[in-house]
Design a protein around this ligand. Structure first.
Ligand code: HEM
Length: 508
């Protein structure tokens, strides 16, 4: 070998030695053997949280899973969740952004996709102190009650049509309408539905933008997980630009309408008004305001629909539980008036049913992904800086070492023990915990409880003729949020006097 060959050979040997040194010095969590380049990508089953729960049986409660060349650590026990979300919270509070998420959020100019840092702390403060303050939630209550009673009215209309009495319908359609109207009114101060029930022009534009966003978000390629392959799979930057421009244009038009209205009649309580009024105090850029408003749509709409659909699926399969909730409603509210949010405090069993549904069916079973901003140790293993970290809250809430008969839907377990579901008790974490815990948790609980209470106070629910409890398809759809795989079909029969089925509109 001549001397000119020595340098490259020496460098190659050094690289191998360094790689081996780091490999053996770093003690990564165990996991399935990763293939070169693709890692475990092609072994991960579509419903990821179920797949990870199965793998955890084999590899233990902390696992390395390789999405291409990027490491994701999945934890599936409440003790390890405490380490991730409480003890090492600060080092694990960044977010991994896919290329789509980076484009949509303008590299984390919003809240959901922001890394943990001064921007995040500022925006989170706006959420905690201003947008989701108990005072604002109370001020926006009439919107929620308006929309929930509108849902009751629309279900009543369907199930009392002579040719439809006793026939089943898809509950999700009604839930989606109420969630859409609620969140758009709360965030944008707009009810896009015209008095004749059709959607206005802005509403159509809004829905198109939401649906295009879903399509972009779902189109992930291998390059997402193997950074050095990205040059082979470039993004359609123009399409993203167009999408963002369309979203910004609509949002700015609505913002301008609010600014004009504010001059005339003062600020309202909707998020858009709050953010425009607080813009200077908190030094919020226009990108951040737009990003935050759309975060509410992304995070608040599907999650509430999913929670109620799963809760109803459990309740309709368990007539004993339906009877018990209705007995409580009848004895506390009676049959002469409708329920409102101030009644919740007197409906402990209903609250337990909501908690039990969120335990068994958390709408985001792997929460949102976290990312390590520094090297940390979890469960004695090394988590290198830049790794993604997922907490399988679905698996934790079904852990037989923590829960008695975990697969049984039994609200009574929350009566027997007062268990918090908003991030303080690490056994049940539908909203996450720690500094990135869901800021909309109380709003979410109010919405879900109100929808469920109205559905059960106003109607008796059964499965379609001939369908048994065990026939209901309890599988989930793949994705970050988990709808029922087969939308729930139910039969509703009114149980209150007819005059109690009208919408109670609120002009706010
Ligand atoms: C039952 C309903 C809901 C559930 C189960 C839920 C669950 C969650 C979870 C698990 C996270 C991620 C926590 C983490 O990364 O550690 C989250 C984040 C978030 N949620 Fe919710 N959520 C619900 C309703 C809402 C509503 C109604 C809103 C607002 C209108 C909302 C706004 C947000 C936002 C902005 C974030 C991002 C927080 C951050 O990154 O710091 N959520 N939610």
């Amino acid at each position: 070998m001549d001397r000119s060959d020595l340098l490259p050979a020496g460098l190659a040997a050094l690289a191998v030695i360094l790689a081996l040194y780091f490999r053996f010095r770093t003690r990564l969590p165990p996991g399935p053997w990763p293939w070169p380049v693709v890692g475990n990508l092609y072994e991960i089953k579509p419903v990821r949280f179920r797949c990870f729960a199965e793998w955890a049986q084999k590899y233990g409660p902390i696992m390395s899973v390789w999405f291409g060349t990027s490491l994701t650590v999945v934890v599936s026990s409440s003790d390890l969740a405490r380490e991730v979300l409480k003890d090492k919270d600060q080092q694990l509070a960044d977010r991994p952004r896919t290329r789509s998420a980076a484009r949509f959020s303008r590299n984390g100019a919003d809240l959901i996709w922001a890394d943990y840092g001064p921007h995040y702390v500022k925006v989170r403060k706006v959420c905690n102190l201003e947008l989701f303050s108990p005072k604002r939630l109370e001020a926006l209550r009439p919107i929620r009650e308006d929309e929930v009673t509108a849902m009751v009215e629309s279900i009543f209309r369907v199930c009392t049509q002579p040719e439809k009495i006793g026939l089943s319908f898809v509950l999700k359609d009604h839930l989606q309408a109420v969630a859409f109207n609620n969140i758009t009114r709360l965030a944008f101060g707009k009810r896009f539905v015209k008095p004749d029930g059709t959607i206005d022009e802005q509403g159509i534009e809004f829905k198109t933008i939401v649906s295009n966003g879903h399509k972009f978000g779902a189109s992930l390629s291998l390059a997402e997980f193997v950074s050095w392959l990205r040059w082979m799979f470039p993004l359609d930057e123009e399409a993203y630009e167009k999408h963002n421009a369309r979203r910004d244009k609509l949002t700015k038009t609505i913002m301008e309408e609010h600014t004009q209205a504010r001059y005339k009649s003062g600020a309202k309580d909707h998020f858009v008004d709050a953010l425009l009024t607080l813009k200077d105090q908190y030094d919020l850029s226009e990108d951040t305001i737009i990003g935050l408003l759309w975060d509410m749509i992304t995070a608040g709409m599907d999650t509430t629909v999913i929670s109620v659909e799963w809760a109803m699926s459990e309740i309709v399969r368990n007539p004993r539980i339906q009877d018990k909730i209705q007995d409580e409603l009848d004895s506390v509210i009676g049959q002469e008036r409708i329920i409102n949010e101030t009644d919740f405090a007197n409906l402990p069993y209903l609250q337990c049913a909501v908690k039990e549904s969120l335990r068994l069916h958390p709408p985001t079973p792997l929460m949102l992904p976290h990312k390590a901003s520094a090297n940390v140790k979890i469960g004695g293993y090394d988590i290198p800086k830049g790794s993604n970290v997922l907490v399988n809250v679905w698996a934790i809430a079904r852990d037989p070492t923590v829960w008695r008969n975990p697969l049984e839907y039994r609200p009574e377990r929350f009566l027997e023990e007062d268990i918090d579901i908003k991030g303080h008790d690490l056994r049940v974490l539908p909203f996450g915990a720690g500094r990135r815990v869901c800021p909309g948790a109380q709003l979410g609980i109010n919405l879900v409880s109100s929808m469920l209470a109205h559905l059960l106070h106003h109607f008796k629910w059964t499965l379609p003729d001939g369908v048994k409890s065990e026939d209901v398809d309890m599988r989930e759809t793949p994705g970050m949020v988990t709808f029922m795989h087969t939308p729930l079909q139910v039969v509703a029969r009114p149980r209150l006097p007819t005059q109690l089925y009208s919408r109670v509109p609120a002009e706010i």
